[in-house]
Write a new protein. Sequence first.
Length: 476
Amino acid sequence: MGYKTIIGLEIHVELATKTKMFCSCINAFGGEANTHCCPVCIGLPGALPVINKTAVEYAVKAGIAFNSKINTKTRMDRKNYFYSDLVKGYQISQDDLPLCDGGYIEIELENETKKVRLERIHIEEDTGKQIHSEKEDTLIDYNRAGVPLIEIVTKPDMNTPEEARLFLEKLRAILKYIEVSDCKMEEGSLRCDININVVDNETGSKTNITEIKNLNSFRGAVKAAEYEEQRHISLLKEGENTVRETRRWDDISNETITMRGKGGVADYRFAPDGDIAPIELSDEWIEEIKNNLPELPHDKKERFIKEYELSEYDAGVLTASKELAFFFEETIKYIDDSKLVSNWIMGDVLRRLKDEELEIEDTSLTPKYLGQLISIVKEGKINNNTGKKVLKEIFDTGKDPETIVKEQGLIQINDEGALKEIVSKVLDDNEQSIIDYRNGKDRAIGFLVGQIMKASKGKANPQLVNKMVIDMINER
């Protein structure tokens, strides 16, 4: 017996315009509560919205990047529902005439490329933000109300939480490449809802769809999907079904928690917004936006493979992030060795970023510093292990590599005469290792080299030391 998981996503993306969707209030994260708002975005009677052309342009950019059809005639609608962070009682959104129809994003699986289809992309305004106090009071900050959003709705084409993660990562990368959003999930500029259910392949029985709301991290999204997947399977095994409901992910208890039930299909009583004229886009304007799109991740990956002779895997990792791709190409300006630069970034740099949960742009490491460090190692001034220590110092102190090497006296010893005394002493102190080597145990050389490197405080040239150890043993 097997089960098939069915996952669809709804992603809300705040657009990085200077002003809000329908007024001239600043579009910026944070700020003192209720200082970035006006009669329009808090919905006072008689206040008239004026649509932000740049927000429409950014939404069209996203639609083109995601292979959608751009509708040249569309409109804004009023979505009526009451919620405490929606002060005017309706949200300006789009119903049956979205700005973008269809589209897809391709994700790379282990043995195939999978196309995840999009249902639509539409533009709308964000709501305010609820702030819950310890006194069980709820306060509302309307700074976020009216911020321009695109909502990206997928088809239910994903079948594992891992596929959902890959889709979200690819989507975020493209959005950042085309510079329509900063996609900072921790600030709420990218939020995800998951719709999930499970089908019993043998009986055809399936669970009701559960919606998981407002996931603000990829880790949370994956864990929530994994939890719901197992919960649905367990219910099917017991001959039961899920309740139609909306749930949320609790990071503390590592489980989803019921928010509210769904009695039926929501009736939002959509109606055209009479205060906003219909939107008509010219084919020439859409074509102009298309022609000015920056290089997208897939195209950059193919260029990296051809131009820098990188493997498909390395090129894929380096271009998955706009910032990392930029960092790579900037570093090459300081050392013309693409494979060596790729090895350093793919190895020690990414390991450091992962360990400290940082993005490359948030560190003290610059392309110039990395280029200088690789050059110092390549020229033999310091060895590779010392180079890794210098990299750590750059991250920790922000100092340039040449200063670190000079201050800590890390210049590699390449003089055979200067090393002879150290090598002789280590050999004198480790007669058994010499015997082991002569008896065919080649690992003994590695031990002896390690002892010499330790005695030289990592400054000795390891290749030279290896040669000297063999030569001096043969001379004994």
